[in-house]
Design a protein around this ligand. Structure first.
Ligand code: ADP
Length: 402
């Protein structure tokens, strides 16, 4: 017992981690890819043994979960003797709308509410629902918990979450800022407070989750005060393939000039913009950095725009909170790219921020300082771990209900 399975179900993929909650260790993890396609791939990663890859026909999420359980109970490379050892399953759910302000136990009512949110997250929520139902089918007696990317941001004040457009759109269609990456922003801000030995409530934090998707969050009194992603993850920072902020009038103008459909313009802004569009090379920060090293000017421009826009958000949030004392970098780019952190911090010296270049260049799996000891603003790199937060919430909620 005391084992929790964390699942992140996408439309054609399903990632999983099995946690032992006694010491919060990962017992096994893996992913199923290409669900519903000709050949699906299961990659199972036991902790102390080499990974096992199998190619199989997996038509839906129900069979995907069946394969995951089989891998977890495999006599050679499994981590469980029986399914009963799993106490609960926790799911990542992208959109919780205004209904879900924290993680909850899955009930019929909760499933109905998640369904009601399909319109707001058409690419994500239906896939998460398939994951929930697949677990229900395979493990009928095991409690499930849902953890929302939006929940942490539900504390934002109206001034942060309303858009200055006719109010009827908010009333009728719930058009407002929700924000995403909430699990990550919450996790890294808690880790930062622990690392600094200060109460979270006492800090004015800007946390930068910079991966393929990217968002900044202003955290005040321990709560999300504002965040750069909006009603959808398209708003805010320039990202790998997403535009981030732009003049909304560009959308009808370009649709008209280029005779684009709604789907086409959506896909242009979400999949063919951002760093990919400007560099003309890649959405992947590593490849962009390599191209810069080779002297590519477009790659340099993409990188400069990317970091310039980050700096503007950090400045805006410092103003929004009337101060900032902690700046956090996390996720794939934020944790690994010393070059990006340097470029962002170099333009923030007016805030009293001093980067320590030696610390910035070091690597670690743990939270660490990259600012100098005398810097007025503490700059930290904090590795994110959304799965662990999902496991913790799941365990806590299930313990409280038994
Ligand atoms: P996702 O948003 O898909 O979860 P991640 O948080 O894993 O993404 O971030 C992926 C991004 O991190 C990619 O752009 C990748 O190039 C970048 N990245 C990973 N390692 C490095 C590195 N050492 N230097 C620069 N960028 C890196």
């Amino acid at each position: 017992m005391m084992k929790v399975l964390v699942i992140n179900a996408g439309s054609s993929s399903l990632k999983y981690q099995l946690y032992n909650m006694e010491d919060e260790s990962v017992l096994a993890s893996g992913r199923v890819e290409r669900i519903g396609m000709d050949s699906s791939i299961v990659t199972h990663e036991p902790v102390d043994k080499p990974e096992v890859r199998t190619v199989d026909e997996i038509l839906d999420h129900v069979s995907a979960v069946k394969k995951v359980l089989a891998a977890l109970m495999h006599p050679e490379y499994g981590a469980l003797k029986s399914m009963d050892e799993i106490q609960a399953v926790g799911h990542r759910v992208v959109h919780g709308g205004e209904v879900f302000k924290s993680s909850v136990l899955v009930t019929n009512e909760v499933k109905l509410e998640i369904r009601n949110l399909f319109d707001l997250a058409p690419l994500h929520n239906p896939a998460h629902m398939m994951g929930i139902l697949a677990v229900e089918t395979n493990m009928p007696n095991i409690p499930q918990v849902v953890v929302f990317d939006t929940a942490f941001h539900q504390t934002m004040p109206e001034t942060s979450y309303l858009y200055p457009i006719p109010k009827v759109l908010y009333r009728r269609h719930k058009v407002r800022r929700y924000g995403f990456h909430g699990t990550s922003h919450q996790y890294v801000s808690e880790q930062a407070a622990e690392f600094l030995g200060a109460p979270l409530e006492s800090l004015k934090i800007v946390s930068c989750h910079i991966g393929n998707g990217a968002s900044c969050t202003a955290i005040k009194d321990g709560k999300s005060f504002d965040t750069s992603m909006g009603m959808t993850p398209l708003e805010g920072l320039m990202m790998g393939t997403r535009s981030g902020d732009l003049d909304p009038a560009i959308v009808p103008y370009v649709m008209n000039k280029e005779e684009l459909t709604l789907n086409e313009v959506n896909s242009m802004l979400n999949k063919h913009s951002g760093m990919l569009a400007i560099s003309g090379i890649s959405s992947d920060m590593r490849e962009v950095q390599e191209a810069i090293a080779d002297g590519d000017r477009n790659a340099k421009l993409a990188f400069d725009m990317y970091t310039y826009r980050m700096r503007k958000y950090i400045g805006a949030y410092a103003a929004a909170m009337n101060g900032i004392d902690t700046l956090i970098f996390t996720a794939g780019v934020g944790e690994n790219s010393a070059v990006l952190r340097k470029a962002v911090c170099e333009g923030l010296t007016f805030l009293g921020l001093e980067l320590d270049e030696t610390r910035n260049a070091e690597r670690s799996k743990h939270a660490r300082y990259i600012s100098t000891d005398s810097s007025r603003i503490k700059v930290l790199v904090v590795p994110t771990n959304e799965e662990l937060l999902i496991a913790r919430d799941t365990y806590r909620i299930v313990q409280a209900t038994v």
